[in-house]
Design a protein around this ligand. Structure first.
Ligand SMILES: C[S@@+](CC[C@H](N)C(=O)[O-])C[C@H]1O[C@@H](n2cnc3c(N)ncnc32)[C@H](O)[C@@H]1O
Length: 289
C-alpha cells in the first residue's frame, strides 16, 4: 500500500522513523555514540573471530560493518566468520553492502524481510548461528514473540541473542523541564504503539524469552545524561529534528507544538547547567537452551 507521507518511505507498514537520508545519517551518529556499549556487549556474548552472527533490523549497517570486522579471522587457515544482515528496507540493505565495500570487508549476507510477517525468519532456520544482535528493533515490531522464535530457530544450542532496547522510554526528560518536551515524548511513544511497536519492550522481553527457549544470562541498564556542550547532546537533538515533522504529519503534535519545542530546545542548549535525561537503554543476553 502506498504512503503519501514523505518521511515514512514507500510503504505504510515501514517503520515509523522512516529511511530517508537524514535518518540514515542520524543512525550513523547514533552508532558512534553507542558503539562502546555494543562492543562491550558483543565481547560479553562471546562474539569473536570465526563467529556466525545475525544482525537483525540492521538498518544501514553501521553495527554490521563492525561485526564483519570482528568475525573475519586474521589467522591463516582459521575458519572465517560471517554476518547475516536482515532489514525490511532495501535502501538500507544497499548501504550495508556499500559500507562493507568501502571498508574492504567480506560483505554481509543481506536478506530483505518484514519481521511483522509470519515466517519472515524461516530462511534462517537451522543455520546454527552463534549469535544474533538486535538493537532498537524489538521496540518497533508488532509480534516480538514470533521474532524471538525465529531467532531461536536460527541459533545453535548455546547461541546467544543480544538485544539493546528500551524500557521506560517515556522517562526521557530535560532539566529544567519543558512542557513542549514532555508532549513530544508522549507523542513519540504513541506513534510507536500505533504501528504495533512498544517503547517499553524491554520490560516484557526477558519473561518472553524465558518462555520461548532462552535463559537470560545478562540484563543491565544504561541511564545516560547529555549536556549541551557534549557530543551526546546531538543524539536527542538529531532525533527530534528528524522526528518532530513526522509527529506533526501523524497528527500527534501541531505545527505550533513543533515550533515551541524548537524555541525551548534552543533556550535549553544555551542554559548553563541544563541537561537531558536520555531514555534508559537496556542490554540483554539470552542463551538458547
Ligand atoms: C532504529 S533503526 C536501528 C538500526 C540498527 N539496528 C542500529 O542499531 O543502527 C530500526 C531498524 O529496524 C528496521 N525495522 C523496523 N521494523 C522492521 C520490520 N518490521 N521488519 C524488518 N526491519 C524492521 C528498520 O528498517 C530500521 O533499519
Amino acid at each position: 500500500m502506498g504512503s503519501n507521507h514523505p518521511h515514512l518511505g514507500s510503504t505504510r507498514s515501514e517503520y515509523v522513523l522512516g529511511t530517508n537520508p537524514a535518518e540514515l545519517a542520524r543512525l550513523g551518529l547514533q552508532h558512534r555514540l553507542w558503539s562502546d556499549s555494543a562492543h562491550t556487549l558483543w565481547r560479553r556474548a562471546g562474539v569473536q573471530p570465526g563467529s556466525h552472527v545475525l544482525d537483525l533490523g540492521c538498518g544501514p549497517g553501521f553495527a554490521t560493518a563492525d561485526l564483519l570486522q570482528i568475525v573475519a579471522s586474521e589467522a591463516p587457515g582459521a575458519p572465517r566468520g560471517s554476518v547475516v544482515a536482515v532489514d525490511e528496507s532495501q535502501p538500507y540493505l544497499d548501504h550495508v553492502r556499500s559500507l562493507s565495500n568501502d571498508r574492504g570487508l567480506v560483505p554481509a549476507i543481506t536478506i530483505r524481510a518484514d519481521l511483522n510477517q509470519t515466517g519472515s525468519l524461516a530462511p534462517l532456520r537451522g543455520r546454527d548461528l552463534d549469535a544474533a544482535y538486535a538493537r532498537w528493533v524489538f521496540c518497533f515490531v508488532s509480534n516480538p514473540q514470533a521474532v524471538a522464535e525465529g531467532v531461536r530457530d536460527a541459533l545453535r544450542p548455546g547461541g546467544r541473542l543480544v538485544v539493546q532496547d528500551y524500557f521506560d522510554y517515556e522517562a526521557m526528560t530535560v532539566a529544567p523541564r519543558y512542557e513542549s518536551f514532555t508532549k513530544a515524548v508522549i507523542a513519540t511513544g504513541k506513534s510507536w504503539r500505533l504501528r504495533g511497536g512498544d517503547p517499553d519492550i524491554m520490560g516484557r522481553l526477558p519473561m518472553m524469552l524465558e518462555r520461548y527457549g532462552f535463559r537470560v544470562t545478562h540484563l543491565e541498564a544504561h541511564q545516560r545524561l547529555a549536556r549541551p556542550h557534549e557530543p551526546m547532546w546531538h543524539w536527542p537533538q538529531t532525533f527530534w529534528y528528524n522526528f518532530l515533522p513526522v509527529l506533526v504529519q501523524l497528527g500527534l503534535l501541531t505545527e505550533a507544538d513543533r515550533e515551541q519545542w524548537l524555541r525551548d530546545w534552543a533556550e535549553l542548549s544555551r542554559t548553563p547547567g541544563a541537561f537531558a535525561k536520555l531514555p534508559p537503554l537496556f542490554d540483554l543476553i539470552a542463551e538458547k537452551e
